[in-house]
Design a protein around this ligand. Sequence first.
Ligand code: AP5
Ligand code: ZN
Length: 217
Amino acid sequence: MRMILIGPPGAGKGTQAPKIKDKYCVCHLATGDMLRAQVAKKTPLGREAKKIMDQGGLVSDDIMINMIKQELDTNKECQNGFILDGFPRTVAQANGLDDMLQNNNKPLKHAVELQIDDQLLVDRITGRLIHPASGRSYHKIFNPPKDSMKDDVTGEPLIQRSDDNAEALKKRLVTYHDQTAPVVAYYKKAGIWSGIDASKDPGTVWKSMLGVFDSKP
Ligand code: AP5
Ligand code: ZN
């Protein structure tokens, strides 16, 4: 399996991707999680990225393309394939990914778009809790942890992301519609796009995802 998940902030990329990872034994590369790891380590990239992320902008294409290339080249979990969550986010990144995959003769199989209206995303984003070390996400109402504010697996504290507020979300949505919507058109043209209704509950969204994989194995 080699696929990408496209969708606006809060569409459910990070909720669905681990299920795909488990089903197909592939790596799950989430560029937002990778950047947040740099922020936590206070690297020069992390310091720069934090400002951009908190303002709802995008980190440069060159940095992101190199970050993904490095993982695909060296991460052993990616040998069976991959699911990319949050990348590509611009047409330049989509071109960069095509170049990498063509060099290895391993083209993408699916580009799945999680489709949902903007107004449903505010509640999802402002109620989200995450476990920073693993990237696992919960929701105060829609998917609460067993013990409030603690990760189900490790028992470690959950936090809110610094870009998970209504003001930053507005900017993230503008960025999504301006820069990432053309990526959808790019994959429609390439003939590997599928769209699914991401407004339903997580179990129903997962069933739709399985429907896509079954229809185009
Ligand atoms: P990133 O971390 O990728 O954020 P995002 O795209 O804004 O997406 P989110 O993580 O907010 O949403 P999600 O779709 O994963 O939703 P989730 O499943 O958690 O990127 C952050 C920033 O990093 C960017 O803004 C940018 O600055 C930078 N960046 C990252 N990649 C980049 C790139 N390639 N190029 C340049 N810059 C880049 O769900 C959200 C909540 O809803 C959760 O609480 C969840 O429990 C709940 N939920 C999920 N599904 C459902 C459902 N079906 N019903 C009810 N609740 C649900
Ligand atoms: Zn996410």
